[in-house]
Design a protein around this ligand. Sequence first.
Ligand SMILES: Cc1cc2nc3c(=O)[nH]c(=O)nc-3n(C[C@H](O)[C@H](O)[C@H](O)COP(=O)(O)OP(=O)(O)OC[C@H]3O[C@@H](n4cnc5c(N)ncnc54)[C@H](O)[C@@H]3O)c2cc1C
Length: 434
Amino acid sequence: MAARVIVVGGGLAGLTAALDLHDAGHEVTVLEARPRLGGLTASFRRGELEVDTGQHVFLRCCTAYLALLERLGVRGDVVLQDRLDIPVWREGRVTHLRRDQAPVPLHLARGLLRYLGTGALRAAPAALALGRLDDRSPAVDVETFGGWLARHGQSDRAVEQLWSLLTVATINRPVADASLALAAKVVRTGLLETPGGADLGWSGVPLGRLHGEAFARVLPDVRTGTKVSGIAALAAGFEVRTATATLEADAVVLAVPPSVAAELVPSALDVTALTQLGSSPIVNVHVHYDRQVLDQPFLATPASPLQWVFDRTVPSGATSGQYLAASLSAADDWLPRKAADILEQLLPELARVLPAAAGATVLDAFVTREPHATFRQVAGSAALRPPARTAIPGLALAGAWTDTGWPATMEGAVRSGHTAAAVLDVAPSLAVAS
Ligand SMILES: Cc1cc2nc3c(=O)[nH]c(=O)nc-3n(C[C@H](O)[C@H](O)[C@H](O)COP(=O)(O)OP(=O)(O)OC[C@H]3O[C@@H](n4cnc5c(N)ncnc54)[C@H](O)[C@@H]3O)c2cc1C
């Protein structure tokens, strides 16, 4: 029998749960505080550019995310590399970290040797040891990735040029305090389980169009600009309050950031862990040049504060020149600084890394900040991530911060949405394999 379900939060997690429940025949209403869907994967217009608030990439191992894009009919709007190939800028030269067609784990052996030289002889066994760790074990959860790397003889150079490259953007923390469990998950699932697991993908259109607009086409009852201020559990069902109405539902999926969830859940639930999760920022620096300055779709720059630079010209709709976005993860130090101050430091840095930028005219340059881009994915954080099922029947949690086993990514958000829909008990089992 169809149930009335309210999904609070129109990010990838809530929207995925809503779609599963809608597909299962339930009457679903999505309540989203902002004027648009998509949550942290959002776009806005600035002059002729359609700008993503933050550059997003995914990997071929993000199977739930790719399946969602298929379901939404937008799989053709993303680019996925045939074979992992990361152009890396180091000391004025670009080298490529590539996989080849050998079976895992040998598919990276040659690429790693070329990239790290003899350093690969220590890095490869460390990668295999990481892959053997049980990332669900509490003993692994309490250790930092940096501490583990030091114990496994990784040099400063290997930490900067390999391990930080692989994990700072995926975990959004410096290796020094990053969660070892999540680093192990990234290395195992991306590099060791399936050939091509770490092949990189990105959107060829603005994220707001890829996600938010696509969901709006398939979900019949979406109410944006509708902030939920309270949820009460009744003897049967729930009351969900907004500024203008009180809605009734048989079941609720709460898919908001953890700090908001802690305020909204009915008082019977213990929210201590949610308030302890914390968050980590990501800052993006956007520069529109009058000409092409980067001749690759993206460039990794582990030896520069730029971290990763992406060509966003085509997705943004720019009609001239080249528009680049530099994505600064674990950006605690950048977050409080003025935009002018950030640009003063990073525009010369772009010209150092991309010599053609030195002679180019900057048409526009600006900074976007997401103070709560991810939860704080440090040692000990796994113990704080709640499961989708709560102690209140009919109330489920969703969000990239819930206990998915994945880092706070689009893949994690989508998986959490599937799981929340499955545990609500109003839907047939829709959970994805972890
Ligand atoms: C700059 C940046 C770069 C990133 N890069 C990557 C990347 O490269 N690859 C990757 O996989 N992931 C990346 N991520 C992470 C990814 O975007 C998130 O993990 C994912 O989008 C989270 O989805 P979510 O649905 O869990 O949460 P959210 O997107 O935060 O959705 C929660 C929703 O709840 C709404 N809400 C809040 N309060 C209320 C309320 N009271 N009532 C109603 N609605 C409410 C919010 O407005 C929001 O829409 C990045 C994130 C950022 C910010």
